[in-house]
Design a protein around this ligand. Structure first.
Ligand code: GLN
Length: 317
């Protein structure tokens, strides 16, 4: 029996997902990320779109089984795990919840904010978040992150070693950010270790279907609708979604919220997760990005679905 909160019954959701996918396919704007060298080798035409509702129903079209590194989308789920472990007050003090108005890897934003990372969805805040994970060693932190993200996805996630190596060799900027945070006393563990765990979490392989399940878990108040397992509390989901609404698409978050009206999170490999609270998660994958680092086709397909399924949280009808 469909719960009243799920996506509208009686609509042919598969048809709408197919139409959204077709809409996205018309677009070839944007460029594949290349500052992490291995990401530039991807097929730029890949495009998968998947909706998982809070009853566990799956609707997918295109390359939904194509795997890619989760990248910044991991930030949303690690933040949720940390808030679940520590309580959001403590995390709030260290990481904050305001949009920086700057690129995800901005150093200037940290300086202008007196060493505060701004929010957990930019690199500085995400590295500080990972550093706060309550485990004694870096290895335990990593296992807590991998295990937690796997529970969101409902399957064991694995690292792409080539992505991890490629990013580790070229992440001087993230190492600098972590050291800058340390100089301001804003990071509580060894900065190099925190960056290493962060780099591993960004290298976890997912597909668009996984992202939809992960998003549906946030939509479902923290219970994975496929496995039935509670991953985090409902309060944590609410707080995480508020942070995503403000900063999930970096300096483009305002435009995104205006167009789509839902919390979402992008990653530079081309993944995009969107959450319709109480209803569904949407996972998208298409590697070409806009200038802020957000999947172009992912945004177009998701915008179509938000309108067609009436998901905008600001709409009164
Ligand atoms: N691992 C990437 C980085 O730290 C993640 C950035 C992103 O997806 N926007 O640069």
């Amino acid at each position: 029996v469909a719960r009243t909160g799920a996506v509208p019954p009686g609509r042919d959701i598969d048809e709408l997902v197919a139409a959204a996918h077709a809409r996205g396919l018309r677009h070839a704007e944007g460029t594949v990320a290349d500052y992490i060298p291995i990401l530039a080798q991807v097929d730029p035409e890949l495009f998968g779109l998947c909706v998982v509702d809070v009853d566990g129903g799956v609707h997918e079209v295109g390359d939904t089984g194509a795997r890619f590194s989760i990248q910044s989308i991991s930030k949303a789920f690690v933040y949720a795990l940390l808030c679940d472990a520590l309580g959001h007050e403590e995390v709030f003090d260290v990481v904050g919840v305001n949009n920086t108005g700057a690129a995800f890897n901005s150093v200037v934003a940290i300086e202008l904010n007196e060493g505060h990372p701004g929010n957990p969805m930019v690199n500085a805040g995400a590295i500080a978040t990972t550093a706060l994970m309550p485990s004694a060693t870096a290895e335990e932190k990593w296992e807590a992150v991998r295990n937690g993200l796997s529970r969101f996805a409902g399957r064991g996630l694995e690292v792409d070693d080539d992505v991890y190596r490629s990013e580790s060799l070229t992440n001087q900027r993230n190492r600098a950010i972590a050291q800058l945070l340390e100089s301001y006393g804003r990071i509580r563990s060894d900065p190099a270790e925190a960056v290493d765990v962060y780099t591993r979490q960004c290298s976890l392989l997912v597909d668009a279907h996984d992202l939809a399940v992960m998003g549906a878990t946030l939509a479902d108040g923290g219970v994975n609708p496929v496995t039935g397992e509670r991953v985090v509390s409902a309060d944590v989901c609410r707080d995480t979604l508020a942070v995503l609404a403000a900063s999930g698409l970096y300096e483009r978050s305002g435009e995104w919220l205006f167009e789509i009206g839902l919390p979402g999170k992008s990653g530079v490999a081309g993944g995009l997760v969107t959450v319709a609270p109480g209803k569904a998660g949407i996972g998208a994958y298409a590697p070409r990005l806009d200038s802020a680092g957000n999947s172009v086709r992912g945004q177009i397909g998701t915008a179509y679905l938000s309108r067609a399924l009436g998901l905008n949280i600001f709409a009164s009808e």
